[in-house]
Design a protein around this ligand. Structure first.
Ligand code: PEP
Ligand code: MG
Length: 603
């Protein structure tokens, strides 16, 4: 949404600064900067107090603690309304911690006995607890380190009387600017005030980007040093079409942004006219369009945006927003919640994909040197089999309530898939013993997101019921480009002949073995890449809900034979840049309406 007429009197254009990053979602917005700096390390100067001031200092701490609890309570309620109970749970942990004597007593002792100022006492004590948590053998403790830091910053803000950085104080048309966003920060967003966000870190498939898309907000990530220049209240243009932000834009830039914003707003309206229409190509080939979700509440958006089911449920978000390791009942109720909301539409539940970008190093057994090549996804589950079996039983329980499939992430060799299936059968036996009903023919598939799995697809095809290609990781592992490292983001491209060859092979194997092959990577939402996927034989695409209308419009304007020809040519290019330019040019001509009226020449 655009601010009509810009911001007169705000010194527009005085020191215009443009930064390039990675676009997420679509649209161009103008807003005011709100910098979130809670990711900064916890610091407070050491201050000693006269012993007789200790009671007053304790009182000051108590007031700050209560104010923080009240603030968290408000945040919890708003987040529950905005993003659902699951996402809001993160605040309950923070509230609990502020009433926990194990956390409060050391702070009170530091004030009363060591005569330290409340700020230093709080920071020192919370840091000590966070360090202990970081080295704790139990993952539940390790997973709370960043939350403790968040909590420390919140207390500090209340003690120092700094303006609380919460959405309650946001102006209309706020653009959130941050180094990166933690799950607790993103869960606190007030969608009615926030129009976009922009971060220094992150790539197309980082947590921030995934949440931005789930909220339907435009964003630019990987801007590297935006927080160095951005100040609260500054005018900012966030251009998620070009992947840039402009601080203090001059009048022509502002007018250009307004026109682009208007264009994308009009195209949003026309795209939504097709939401209820079938996703069928011009030559009559149906393409199943499904949604990717992180929380059960997102099912509604998937259906609303025209999705016919959920192709990827990222269940690890249950862990990332919970104050404890989710119990079997919690897993089960989240899954049944999804099944019920889907009312008979299919649901593919992926077993937890913790590790690497979704599992900070503070949480891992020992910090890994190459987390993306380390103990993540199915590897993690196969080393934590009690947790894995709990989840599998929950998935099976949910399968009694509607069509559910189970999918294993990051399978690299056949033994992993067999072991995962072994635990699934054990979980079935557990339920049989308890007399709990479940779908005995539950379809079991795997993500194809490492080159080894794609190259071995024919072997896997003898044992799996379906493949889902995860291009977010497949691109990273094929091209050796970290998916969340903004410094190499320019090398991260799904339209690379090497990636396309792998996808072609998997799709061929799937066709021969009569197995469903879907793609659930974020790139599937891009019309150019979707055309290639269709041309390579993929017939199911699963993307974030907010991307569905544009994708459907693209599908309805494409023809499979043409897509095949485009894909065959793209795969033969020596250079990925040439392949991408060719595909962009062809697809923009075929479905110009999904490119917001921008011509192929425009960036
Ligand atoms: C992928 O890797 O493409 C994928 C869908 O999984 P995630 O983004 O959750 O790693
Ligand atoms: Mg993946």
């Amino acid at each position: 949404m655009l601010l009509p007429g810009g911001f007169p009197g705000l010194g527009i254009g005085v020191l215009m600064r443009t930064l390039a990053g990675i676009p997420v979602g679509s649209g161009v917005v103008v807003g005011r900067v709100f910098v979130i700096d809670e990711g900064q390390p916890l610091r407070a100067p050491r201050r000693e107090i006269p012993p007789e001031n200790a009671p007053a200092e304790l009182e000051r701490f108590e007031l700050a603690r209560r104010a923080a609890i009240e603030e968290l309570n408000r945040l919890h309620q708003t987040a529950a309304t905005e993003m659902g109970d699951e996402a809001a749970k993160i605040f309950l942990f923070h509230m609990g911690a502020l009433s926990d004597r194990a956390i409060l007593n050391p702070i009170r002792r530091a004030i009363e006995q060591d005569h330290l100022g409340a700020e230093f006492a709080a920071v020192q004590s919370i840091r000590a607890i966070a360090d202990k948590f970081a080295n704790h053998p139990d993952t539940t403790f390790r997973s709370k380190v960043s939350d403790l830091h968040d909590l420390g910053s919140r207390l500090l803000r209340h003690l120092t009387g700094r303006r609380p950085r919460t959405m309650a104080h946001l102006d209309e048309h706020t653009v959130i600017v941050a180094r990166d966003l933690t799950p607790s920060q993103t869960a606190a967003f007030d969608r009615s005030k926030i129009v976009a966000f922009a971060t220094d870190l992150g790539g197309l498939t980082s947590h921030t980007a995934i949440v931005a898309r789930a909220l339907g907000l435009p964003a630019v990530v990987g801007l590297q040093d935006l927080t160095r220049y951005a100040r609260d209240g500054q005018t900012i243009v966030v251009d998620a079409e070009r992947g840039s932000v402009v601080l203090d834009p001059d009048q022509p830039t502002l007018e250009d942004a307004e026109r682009a914003g208007e264009r994308s707003r009009r195209s949003w309206i026309t795209l939504h006219e097709d939401v209820a229409k079938p996703a069928v190509t011009l030559d009559g080939v149906p393409i199943a369009l499904m949604g990717n979700i992180e929380f059960p509440d997102e099912v509604e958006s998937v259906i609303h945006e025209g999705g016919t089911g959920v192709g990827l449920y990222r269940t690890e978000f249950l862990y990332l927003t919970s104050d404890h390791e989710p119990t079997e009942d919690e897993h089960t109720s989240a899954y049944i919640d999804c099944v019920k909301r889907l009312k008979g539409r299919p649901l593919t539940i992926r077993t937890v994909d913790l590790g690497a970008d979704k599992y900070t190093q503070g949480r891992s057994e020992t910090p890994e040197r190459n987390p993306f090549l380390g103990l993540r996804s199915i590897r993690y589950c196969l080393q934590n089999t009690e947790m894995f079996r709990r989840q599998l039983r929950s998935i099976l329980r949910a399968s009694a309530h509607g069509p559910v499939k189970v999918m294993f992430p990051l399978v690299t060799n056949i033994a992993e898939f067999r072991r995962a299936k072994y635990y699934l059968h054990e979980a079935m036996e557990d339920l049989d013993e308890m007399g709990v009903p479940y779908d005995k023919d539950i379809k079991t598939g795997m993500m194809v997101e490492v080159p080894a799995a794609a190259l071995q697809a024919a072997s896997f095809a003898r044992e799996v019921d379906f493949f889902s290609i995860g291009t977010n990781d497949l691109v990273q592992y094929t091209l050796a480009v970290d998916r969340i490292n903004e410094r190499v983001a320019g090398l991260y491209t799904p339209i690379h002949p090497a990636v396309l060859k792998l996808i072609r092979d998997v799709a061929r194997v799937g066709q021969r073995a009569d197995l469903e092959v879907s793609c659930c990577g974020e790139s599937a939402a891009e019309p150019e890449f979707a055309a290639l996927l269709i041309g390579l034989g993929v017939r199911t695409l699963s993307v974030t809900a907010s991307s569905l209308p544009r994708l459907k419009r693209a599908v309805r304007g494409l023809d499979t034979k043409r897509c095949e020809r485009i894909a065959q040519k793209a795969i033969r290019f020596d250079s990925e840049a040439d392949a991408a330019a060719y595909v962009r040019d062809r697809v923009r001509k075929l479905v110009p309406e999904v490119f917001d009226g921008r011509t192929a020449e425009e960036p």
